[in-house]
Design a protein around this ligand. Structure first.
Ligand SMILES: [Zn+2]
Length: 205
């Protein structure tokens, strides 16, 4: 775990000022505890005495050498460019992803830990959202866990709730290996998945 310095931040609730250490990189082999702290939401957070918790915008590189997984949190266009350049320089090793937030990073880690593929789940999300009574493809739907023949999701928003989908639907999509992203496709997100589903609907690959 590498701490790169501190961010000087003001609590949005009470106005107290804080210096918060920023974690810039985590290697799960060197520091297995760091992964658990990350999953618990303990990094790059302002935990104010007034009780308000605020997630800070931070660039964080997550490396899991066992899973061969490399994920860069890139919250700004500059960070995205920097991340793309860093991955290109590193060459195509394992699974490389760019995500916009620590929440998105945590979801990718949960997916990897469940032994599932993020590109398939992103396509499942689009199909699930499109099948709702009031379809809205912009809604945040997060993978929670997989159990038996059901995948469990959390839908965020005004009517936040748990959702489920059959595991068989995941397997059907996963079998369409022609949809699998190339190793140079770093952003496997909603935009990617909508395009992939549209291509599937058109009967293309
Ligand atoms: Zn406060």
């Amino acid at each position: 775990m590498k701490i790169t310095g501190t961010a000087h931040v003001t609590c949005p609730a009470c106005g107290r000022e804080h210096d918060v250490p920023l974690v810039q990189s985590i290697n799960t082999t060197d520091d297995p505890d760091a992964k658990q702290k990350l999953l618990a939401g303990d990094f790059d957070v302002l935990d104010c005495a007034c009780g308000k918790r605020t997630q800070l915008v931070a660039e964080l590189l997550y490396v899991d050498p066992i899973a061969n997984l490399y994920i860069q949190v890139a919250p700004t266009p500059e960070a995205v460019s920097k991340g793309e350049a860093a991955f290109a320089a590193a060459g195509a090793t394992g699974t490389q992803r760019l995500v916009p937030s620590i929440n998105a990073l945590v979801e990718k880690i949960k997916i990897t830990d469940a032994g599932l593929e993020d590109w398939v789940l992103e396509m499942v999300k689009v199909l699930l959202l499109a099948s709702m009574a009031e379809p809205d493809l912009n809604r945040v739907l997060l993978f929670d866990h997989s159990e038996g023949d059901v995948i469990h999701w959390i839908l965020l928003g005004d009517d936040a709730r748990a959702m489920q989908s059959p595991f068989a639907a995941y397997e059907r999509l996963a079998a369409r290996t022609q949809a699998r992203p190339r190793s140079t496709e770093l952003r496997i997100d909603r935009v990617w998945a909508i395009a992939a589903v549209q291509q599937m609907m058109r009967g293309g690959n």
